[in-house]
Design a protein around this ligand. Structure first.
Ligand code: LLP
Length: 461
């Protein structure tokens, strides 16, 4: 079949509209002899039959392997340059007690971005010393709890927060380790980065204000200064933005060394993943190698010791592990400028994955319950919400005989899918099911109608 002119230019007609490109699908996803999608030994139809659809299916071994690989790559590369690395999993991408255990068992720490995320990590039994707390507007209660439980690092995001954290630490008789988040002026997105004197955004403090802020931190006996922090963006494919941010932070880091210890440098998260077959992110070994070279090179230039580097990947740990399964309902062939776009509507939508609507993010899709040798047709996968922007896959090719009742799988939904899910139109949030070695188990149950009604005070309880 030739390209449908309605397709975006990046999307080619696949040779096989049943194929599961390895870069996009979780490690243990493949098709069985009968053509069904199977993940970690559990078939998509079995998951759908037991747990219903929509359902998020997490390939546990995939998530663990990615967590482990990131840690091992950074450990190895920073050992090569005579230092060490600390990896924090950014829980905002997806956090449950189970996932908190997986990543900590694989040797990662956890970055939490609110009191709620902190509560989940603590409920999982994670040692508070392995947590880092972020946020541009942490409440006094969040700070107090973090200090009182002994969170390993609080990332101070504003000058006013220095006094707030110091007061909490004094109240609890603790010395609280802190980082200082810098607004480096570097912002990166998938394929490009922007570097300005100062980025127009709410996070961190300007480079120029940092020496005075660090002096204030150091003046408090209740605070221990760990170092600077920078996070330049998310879904980044290149290392140039990180290099530029590191270069800017380094000059400051070296200057701060004159006034005391600066043991660490935190360069944030943001490593990109493949959502479609045209995405080609850097391999983690290569990222780690470049990071170590950038940091070691910068340290050598300034004649300072190579700091311990902390990173905070979220998406690249959990994103590729998860596939969302839906059931196809209504299909419409919509004629646009003389060409057909097939709208395939499924039983979820922007309430379980808002990224396509919110960011225009691209995903891909496959029929999960069978293979088909029908010619490929351009489809748009839509949800069931009362909103025309409720799209899950803007464009992909599926076998043209896709029909009601087929199971549809969208891969790489593990990051910022469930985490940003909502109850729009009173759809219950789907369950999260972990699959491993042929066994499926619910790690977060789905919401029922009674869950949806349970906070409505007008309902007789
Ligand atoms: N560290 C900090 C300070 C962050 O703000 C973030 C993400 C991360 C680490 C993790 O970044 P990652 O490795 O996951 O890219 N909802 C958006 C992404 C928002 C990212 C917010 N901060 C999305 O769905 O694309």
């Amino acid at each position: 079949m030739s390209t449908n002119p309605l397709a975006p230019s990046w999307l080619a007609v696949p040779e096989d509209a049943n194929a599961l490109p390895a870069a996009v699908w979780s490690l243990n996803a493949h098709r069985t002899a009968s053509g069904e999608l199977e993940i970690a030994g559990v078939s998509a139809t079995a998951v759908a039959a037991e747990f219903g659809t929509p359902v998020y299916v997490v390939d546990e071994a995939d998530a663990r392997a990615r967590a482990r690989r990131i840690r091992e790559s950074f450990d190895r590369e920073f050992a090569r340059v005579g230092s060490a690395a600390k990896v924090y999993y950014a829980g905002k991408a997806f956090l449950s007690t189970e996932v908190a255990r997986w990543v900590t068992q694989e040797g990662l720490n956890i970055d939490v971005a609110s009191g709620g995320e902190m509560a989940v990590a603590l409920a999982a039994g994670v040692d508070p010393a392995r947590l880092g707390l972020h946020g541009n507007n942490k409440s006094l209660a969040e700070l107090d709890r973090a200090v009182s439980v002994g969170v390993g690092a609080i990332v101070i995001d504003s000058v006013v927060e220095i006094e707030r954290v110091a007061a909490a630490a004094e109240r609890h008789g603790r010395v609280q380790p802190v980082r200082l988040r810098i607004n480096s002026g570097v912002h990166a997105s998938t394929h490009e980065y922007l570097a300005t004197a100062r980025e127009d955004q709410k996070f961190g403090i300007p480079l120029a204000d940092a020496p005075a802020a660090v002096a204030r931190i150091r003046a408090h006996e209740s605070l221990g200064f760990l170092g600077l922090h920078s996070h330049i963006g998310s879904q980044i494919f290149e290392s140039d933005g990180f290099a530029e941010a590191a270069r800017r932070l380094f000059a400051l880091h070296a200057e701060l060394l004159e006034g005391g210890d600066v043991p660490e440098l935190n360069l944030g998260g943001g490593f990109g993943i493949a959502y479609t077959s045209v995405d080609d992110p850097l391999d983690i070994d290569e990222i780690a190698r470049r990071f170590a070279d950038i940091v070691a090179g910068g340290a050598a230039e300034l004649g300072i010791p190579v700091p311990v580097v902390a990173i905070e990947p979220g998406r690249s740990v959990i994103g590729p592990s998860t596939t969302t399964l839906y059931t196809v309902g209504t299909i419409k062939d919509v004629e646009v400028d003389g060409h057909i776009r097939k709208y395939v509507s499924v039983d979820g939508g922007m309430s379980d994955n808002i990224r396509p609507s919110l960011y225009g993010a691209n995903y891909s899709a496959r029929i999960a319950s069978r293979v088909s040798d029908a010619p490929a047709a351009l489809v748009r996968v839509a949800g069931k919400h009362c909103e025309s922007g409720d799209i899950l896959v803007h464009a992909d090719y599926l076998p043209a005989d896709v029909e009601a009742g087929d199971l549809l799988a969208i891969p790489a939904t593990g990051a910022y899918g469930w985490a940003m899910a909502s109850n729009y139109n009173y759809l219950g949030r789907p369950p999260v099911v972990a699959v491993r070695d042929g066994v499926a188990r619910v790690i977060v149950r789905g919401e029922t109608e009674s869950d949806l009604l349970s906070r409505d005070m007008g309902v007789a309880q």
